[in-house]
Design a protein around this ligand. Structure first.
Ligand SMILES: NC(=O)c1ccc[n+]([C@@H]2O[C@H](COP(=O)([O-])OP(=O)(O)OC[C@H]3O[C@@H](n4cnc5c(N)ncnc54)[C@H](OP(=O)(O)O)[C@@H]3O)[C@@H](O)[C@H]2O)c1
Length: 222
């Protein structure tokens, strides 16, 4: 199967590439700056430049991919995590929205012809439990929570709009993972998170479309 993983130069994205290659898949991987993605370049020859906040960059990637079975929209930012209420800005909120919500939707839209040519026709958006409105019991993290909630809504609409074409869209929470974003105190290693998510991905079919999954396969309330 042909996979595309965004934000693959470090963290969860890099681990997705490692595991997918070990399983024998073809992996196209993206980095904002491929010249600085030496670990990734040592894993797959298919490294592409992509800034998900740049429409020109999205168009160039889409033009380079004729067919893809599974798209993993993994690239993301924690946004203005330290900014409490009282210090929110349009610039900070917009930047997180562009990368976490608009970018994955625009990339999926641009890749529809390539996904349509694929056998699996699956788009997995890596969201966060922090984007669940039902699960929010601690507040804060405005730019991250709001942008991931918007991504969740995009996935749900994609699932509905693309069902006639047989294209599946889900959002998946990777758990709290030891990466630059998750920090050293997180509970899961990237290996544990990605192993769990790939098991869930294996079991996804048309009935799964529009759902919000945890890395262990449990469903999370929107
Ligand atoms: N770690 C956790 O505990 C946790 C929990 C819930 C959800 N998540 C989600 O899991 C995904 C991966 O997170 P991670 O922990 O691996 O984070 P990470 O270590 O901070 O890596 C983030 C990745 O996203 C890329 N990225 C950021 N902005 C981008 C942009 N504008 N265009 C393209 N790529 C961009 C980064 O590229 P650069 O190296 O160029 O910055 C990097 O490859 C994210 O969507 C995150 O929200 C993580």
């Amino acid at each position: 199967m042909i996979h595309l993983v965004t934000g693959a130069n470090r963290g969860i994205g890099l681990e997705f590439v490692r595991r997918l290659l070990a399983l024998g898949h073809t992996v196209h991987a993206t980095a904002r700056d491929p010249a600085r993605a030496s670990v990734l370049a040592g894993l797959t020859p298919h490294v592409h430049a992509l800034d998900v906040g740049d429409e020109g960059s999205i168009a160039r990637l889409a033009a380079a991919l004729r067919e893809v079975d599974v798209v993993i929209n993994n690239a993301g930012t924690i946004g203005d995590e330290a900014s409490p209420l009282g210090e929110q800005t349009l610039a900070g909120l917009s930047a997180a929205f562009a990368i976490n919500a608009a970018g994955p939707l625009l990339l999926t839209q641009a890749l529809l012809p390539a996904i349509g040519r694929g056998k699996r026709k699956l788009v997995v958006h890596i969201t966060s439990r922090m984007g669940s409105i039902g699960d929010n019991s601690s507040g804060g993290y405005y730019s991250y929570r709001m942008s991931k909630a918007a991504l969740n809504m995009a996935s749900k609409s994609l699932a509905l709009d693309l069902a006639p074409k047989g294209i599946i869209s889900v959002v998946m929470h990777p758990g709290w993972v030891k990466t630059d974003m998750g920090g050293a105190g997180a509970t899961l290693t990237p290996e544990e998170s990605v192993r769990g998510m790939l098991k869930v991905i294996d079991g996804i079919d048309a009935k799964s479309s529009g759902k919000f999954y945890n890395y262990n396969g449990a469903e999370i309330a929107y």
